[in-house]
Design a protein around this ligand. Structure first.
Ligand SMILES: Cc1cc2nc3c(=O)[nH]c(=O)nc-3n(C[C@H](O)[C@H](O)[C@H](O)COP(=O)(O)OP(=O)(O)OC[C@H]3O[C@@H](n4cnc5c(N)ncnc54)[C@H](O)[C@@H]3O)c2cc1C
Length: 451
């Protein structure tokens, strides 16, 4: 009898550098690639009542899954799509088609672990097992010079212990072909975007087709970022607000696993060889290290990243959960032009630059004195690149309750606006309320909010 395995695609929606797929192909004669849309994400709300997956991310995810199916078909296989609880849907397939194993990426955060544990238990009842793979991080945890429980809590210490000494593995190749999928199995239909979110349909108001989901597009965006010499200007662009000046904007593809951090690293190495520009590439490498660091903090400190007191367990008594005030922030109607424009950009596109996230985050927590969890929950709903560890880890840092000791961060909005948006272009383009307002008046509003 043929050896069959399921490859459960989670947020690793690619064929290149996919360890679960590579391992499954080595162990099996037949593979059944599966993706499950889980209503606990698509049709649920966060604890503060925001749809768990906003319209933008629903669309992006749908594009990723369509793209994955197309790539699998091109290699001779297909994608089996189901809607339901993965622990039930995958179990049904495993039982019906008498597979031996389910290969998948091991997740480490609360909700994801619950699902994979439940599936594992179900599989045991029919003599099958899960085989866990890696692929979310730049580094393999087994290559690190410390166990996860001893990961340095300070980013700089972590960086020092890994960057020089731990090699980054080469990405795994895309398979040349795949065994054909049995003809009797129902492939399933990819749901419409409207069915993947609780948001009512969103009408894009501008051409935002930069963010299109899928492995192929993700690779093209990576290539273009490296080719267009954007890396050389990277340090300067990191804080930029205007799209044309922004950083890599690769995060949505990284978060959905359309590209892996190792693939980005490899592209950076090739760029360095070609241009001899070390510093731009190094700056991006450091950002990828932050990504690994937050994931490791999530693994080390577990659920605490989601709790009010954060990793440090320090509950800030000055923060209130005033929903009315909060909605001014969320809707971009605080009356502070720069904050409002950032929030409008987030609501209209699902994306916000790193500096803008820090700015609106610190404004919420340290100026409005509102509960950081509400902000994190809103970002979870809206961001195209939502990732539990990166999101909650960064919010912990903003609230000063993360593992990396930090003082409360506040930005001087008036001076930030002068540096980052000196002509008010960003503000006027995103927040229509200010589009006809003279720059002097915008500056005055910023000065007012500082006092
Ligand atoms: C409050 C807050 C919430 C955030 N939530 C998320 C989130 O849910 N998902 C997410 O991917 N990033 C999150 N970030 C981190 C960061 O803002 C984005 O990763 C980055 O802005 C994406 O833009 P980019 O791809 O152009 O980044 P670049 O500057 O080009 O960096 C390259 C890559 O490095 C990673 N990276 C960069 N900065 C960080 C960081 N501070 N923490 C973790 N990874 C980083 C991202 O994968 C990014 O794509 C958050 C930051 C803040 C302050």
């Amino acid at each position: 009898m043929k050896n069959r395995s399921i490859v459960w695609f989670r947020l690793d929606l690619r064929l290149e550098d996919n360890e679960a797929l590579t391992d499954a192909l080595q162990a099996s004669d037949e593979i059944l690639p599966v993706f499950v849309f889980d209503p606990r994400i698509t049709k649920a709300t966060t604890r503060f009542g925001f749809s768990r997956q906003g319209w933008h991310r629903a669309r992006f995810l749908s594009e990723c899954v369509h793209s994955l199916r197309k790539s699998l078909r091109a290699l001779g296989s297909d994608l089996i799509v189901r809607v339901g609880y993965p622990e039930q849907e995958i179990f049904k397939i495993a039982d019906q088609y008498k597979t031996s194993w389910v290969f998948c990426n091991r997740e480490r955060t609360r909700d994801e672990v619950r699902v994979q544990d439940a599936l594992e238990k179900e599989l045991w009842t029919i003599g099958q097992e899960m085989r866990f793979s890696r692929g979310k991080m730049l580094y393999y945890t087994q290559d690190l010079p410390f166990p996860i429980t001893h990961t340095p809590d300070h980013f700089n210490q972590f960086r020092k212990e890994v960057e020089r000494y731990v090699p980054i593995r080469t990405p795994l190749a895309t398979p040349d072909s795949l065994p054909p999928l049995m003809s009797d199995i129902d492939r399933g239909i990819i749901p419409e975007v409207e069915d993947l979110t609780l948001d009512s349909k969103y009408e894009p108001i501008r051409d935002d087709d930069f963010f299109v989901g899928g492995e192929q597009i993700g690779k093209e965006r990576l290539e273009a970022f490296v080719e267009e010499d954007s890396i050389r200007q990277y340090s300067a662009s990191r804080g930029a607000f205007l799209e044309k000046e922004m950083s890599s904007r690769l995060s949505p593809w990284l978060a959905h696993g359309c590209i892996s951090p190792k693939m980005v690293y490899q592209a950076l190495e090739q760029y360095k060889k070609r241009t001899r520009d070390e510093s731009g590439a190094y700056s991006i490498f450091i950002e990828l290290l932050w990504r690994d660091y937050f994931r490791l903090m999530g693994k080390k400190h577990g659920n605490s990243i989601f709790l009010l007191g954060g990793i440090r367990g320090t509950v800030r008594r000055d923060l209130q959960s005033d929903m009315k005030q909060f909605m001014h922030w969320a809707n971009g109607t605080t009356g502070v032009p720069l904050v409002d424009a950032c929030m409008q950009q987030l609501n209209q596109t699902g994306f916000l630059s790193g500096r803008a996230r820090e700015l609106v985050g610190t404004y919420l927590v340290n100026d409005m004195h509102l509960n950081w969890q509400m902000g994190a929950s809103y970002f979870e709903s809206r961001l195209l690149d939502y990732d539990p560890c990166s999101n909650y880890g960064n919010w912990n840092a903003i609230a000063g309750i993360g593992s990396d000791v930090r003082k409360e961060v506040t930005f001087n909005i008036a001076s930030q606006a002068k540096i980052l948006d000196p002509r008010g272009e960003f503000i006027k383009s995103w927040a229509s309320k200010y589009s006809d307002m003279p720059l002097s008046e915008i500056n005055r509003l910023h000065e007012l909010c500082q006092n």
